[in-house]
Design a protein around this ligand. Structure first.
Ligand code: NAP
Ligand code: GCO
Length: 262
């Protein structure tokens, strides 16, 4: 049964994975035997990321393209399939957030978050999915969020995108299961990465709020996502389709507790 978690011989593309959650997921897939490929929009960040993977003993291939650029995605997917091999696993990880009260948010900023966090996974899914359909097999993992289920102040664009990404995940699962493709999501809770740095610093009220709101009483570490990612990328999940697996320390299980309760 453990062999069903092995990814030997598979090529895994993890978008925006030069650090943070994407790097942790890509590293786990590599440890399970996959050849990993990452993309970024910045050559500097890509080069640094590839070097960081090498320091971990991981041979990671890197490509520059923007997940919102359809022509760039088409060219990037063709180049990866030609130079590395058929993409068997796609992780739509690339994403941004803008924290602004809705009444103050510029339309262009709202659109940018939707473009990267929702339209990007659609474009990536469409063009990698076409290849997977030809081969009658594939694994797609969309990185969702607590904001796929819950709202909070100042993140209307991000919640719109991540809520949409949950439903895009279900629709991809519905349309493509007949082609031997399984599409699922991972919904991280609150994780210590550069994306949350601004709200996680010691003394920031949100830091204390998250510690209290999370039954595990801690921020997630990107490595906490490794096992779920390998499971959803492997044969072990061949009959799992259209689900978002929340790795959140228990946040979604509870309404929370008063700050003076243990
Ligand atoms: P992060 O450190 O900000 O990493 C995001 C990555 O996406 C960066 O490498 C970034 O590249 C890349 N990216 C941004 N726009 C892109 C584009 N248009 N095309 C290609 N790559 C692009 O964030 P993270 O915390 O690791 O989050 C990774 C994913 O997990 C995101 O989808 C995020 O929404 C989600 N998530 C995070 C948390 C959390 O608590 N941290 C929880 C739930 C879900 P550059 O560095 O070059 O800009
Ligand atoms: C925020 C955080 C969250 C996390 C994550 C929670 O400002 O609320 O950045 O959005 O990144 O998505 O699951």
């Amino acid at each position: 049964m453990l062999d069903s978690f092995k990814l030997d011989g598979k090529v895994a593309l993890v978008t925006g994975a030069t650090h943070g959650i994407g790097m942790a997921i890509a590293s786990a897939l590599a440890e399970a035997g996959a050849q990993i490929v990452v993309n970024d929009i910045s050559k500097e960040n890509l080069d640094r990321g590839i070097a960081d993977y090498a320091k971990k003993g991981i041979d990671c291939k890197g490509y520059i393209f923007d997940v919102t650029d359809e022509a760039g995605v088409i060219a990037g997917v063709e180049q990866i399939e030609k130079e590395v091999g058929p993409i068997g696993i796609l992780v739509n990880n690339a994403g941004i957030i803008k924290r602004v009260p809705m009444q103050d948010m510029e339309v262009k900023d709202y659109r940018q978050v939707i473009d990267i966090d929702l339209v990007g996974p659609f474009i990536m899914g469409k063009y990698v999915g076409r290849k997977m359909i030809e081969r009658r097999e594939g694994k797609i993992i969309n990185i969702c969020s607590m904001m796929s289920e819950l709202g909070r102040n100042d993140v209307c664009a991000y919640a719109s995108a991540k809520g949409g990404l949950k439903m895009l995940t279900k629709n991809m699962a519905t349309e493509w299961a007949k082609f031997g493709i399984q599409t699922n999501g991972i919904g991280p809770g609150y994780f210590a990465t550069s994306q949350t740095e601004a709200i996680r610093v010691d003394g920031h009220p949100f830091n204390e709020f998250i510690i209290n709101r999370t039954p595990a009483a801690r921020w997630g570490n990107p490595e906490d996502l490794a096992g779920t990612a390998v499971f959803l990328a492997s044969k072990a999940s061949d009959f799992v389709n259209g689900h978002v697996v929340y790795v959140d320390g228990g946040i979604l299980a509870t309404i929370g507790k008063p700050s003076n309760e243990d």
